[in-house]
Design a protein around this ligand. Structure first.
Ligand code: FAD
Length: 381
């Protein structure tokens, strides 16, 4: 109760006296939720994700990730959900962060892309796997050809191109253009930073926190955010809840522990057995499980999971973007492709908008960059 009153009064204070020059992510959170809720629910998790203080991350990250969410909307949504009918999938007027139901492929998101690949092939398209775009050749401010390397066979080949849709990390794209870009843009591009990510999957025969708190076999959540500072794990997923088809034995529970790190750091380099031991120990310390509940485990590493909204390179993102947009037939799309915190829907939309532009003969790329930006926020800025 005391904490609730404290959270309420700190929210009112922030609403009445907002930080005027909202520059950092910390300012963004405090202005929308108050200092108390920021410290309780946002600060530690966000700092685990980015490995840096919320004071060193730009407010624009909040604008994209949290969008129009505010405490008033969250409270209204919570009250409304007591009366809402189950099964409403549309949720058109719901803030992204508050969405409760969504359609999910039976075997996970990869299944969607397997279907897309089949359709592309069925309509005569060709897909070439295992080739890395390594160098782009420029003529008359257009990309004329791309060199592809095949790591498995050691082959390289040049292909002339009409259009390039790039989903490669902007840092690599800039490098692949070599001296077709001004020196300062090459320097800024090389300074773009990323945050990397590891998942430790644990297959459980018992999920003690669910038994103890709910008297049930499992928890109903998809994600559980871990705010505690004394453990490294940032978030826990319950894969059964994404889709029951992703777990072979419905009596067992697959959980995924998310660790945020930098490629090459201590966590990233930790041998799999040690990483699994750390995960089990942290779950035990948080009283989620006992060590004997674990039947199987696996570790997955995902480089460049998050494009960084900090560092020298990011400060010059506008210049990098302007230089790359100067190549008429080059379209930056997706997440790392645009160095933007785009989710799958935004990523797909950027490509769809780019295709529409080509069909319409539109050469500026403003509308591609407008996907997933908070118009109000940018107008205020
Ligand atoms: C941990 C995590 C959780 C997420 N959860 C969600 C979620 O719940 N919902 C959601 O909507 N989104 C989620 N996302 C985001 C989602 O994964 C991305 O938005 C989406 O995958 C971006 O699509 P993309 O095509 O830009 O990039 P990717 O899916 O990464 O595809 C890029 C492709 O480009 C290829 N490539 C890169 N460089 C080269 C090169 N030089 N030559 C040739 N090919 C190259 C890569 O191999 C890859 O196939 C999550 C992301 C992470 C990391």
């Amino acid at each position: 109760m005391v904490r609730l009153v404290r959270a309420g009064s700190s929210y009112v204070r922030s609403a009445m006296f907002p930080i005027k020059n909202e520059r950092t992510l910390e300012d963004f959170f405090i202005n929308r939720f108050g200092r108390e809720l920021y410290q309780t629910f946002f600060k530690d998790y966000t700092e685990k994700v980015w490995g840096t203080s919320c004071r060193d991350i730009g407010a624009d990250w909040g604008a994209q990730r949290i969008k129009g969410l505010s405490i008033t909307k969250a409270v209204k949504h919570a009250l409304g959900s007591m009366f809402r009918r189950d099964g409403d999938l549309a949720q058109k007027h719901t803030e992204t962060s508050l969405i409760e139901r969504f359609i999910y492929p039976k075997l996970g998101p990869g299944q969607l892309w397997e279907q897309v690949a089949k359709r592309v092939a069925a309509s005569g398209g060709e897909l070439h796997y295992g080739w890395r775009a390594a160098e782009l050749r420029v003529a008359d401010e257009r990309i004329e050809a791309v060199r592809f390397d095949n790591a498995e066979t050691g082959e390289s080949r040049w292909e002339t191109v009409d259009y390039v849709f790039s989903t490669m990390p902007v840092r690599e794209l800039v490098a692949s253009l070599g001296d077709a870009l001004p020196d300062e843009v090459r320097t800024y591009g090389a300074q773009l930073e990323y945050r990397d990510f590891m998942t430790v999957g644990l297959l459980l025969k018992r999920f003690r926190i669910a038994e103890r708190t709910l008297g049930k076999k499992s928890l109903p959540d998809n994600w559980i955010y871990i705010q505690e500072r004394d453990v490294k794990v940032g978030r826990v997923q319950v894969f059964n809840n994404w889709s029951p088809y992703m777990v072979a034995d419905p009596e067992q529970i697959w959980i995924g522990l998310e660790y945020f790190c930098n490629e090459g750091d201590e966590l990233w380099e930790m041998p799999d057995e040690q990483m699994i031991a750390l995960a089990i120990e942290e779950m035990r310390r948080l009283e989620f499980i006992e060590a004997e509940d674990v039947i199987d485990a696996t570790v997955l590493r995902m480089p460049k999971a998050y494009p960084g909204y900090f560092g020298e390179g990011y400060k010059h993102m506008d210049e990098i973007r302007a230089a790359l947009d100067g190549f008429e037939n080059l379209f930056l799309v997706g997440r790392n492709g645009m160095h933007r915190y785009n989710n799958q829907d935004h990523s797909m939309l950027t490509s769809m908008v780019a295709v529409d532009n080509i069909i319409a003969g539109r050469s500026d790329k403003e509308n591609v960059w407008s996907v997933n930006t908070e118009d109000d926020y940018h107008e205020q800025k």
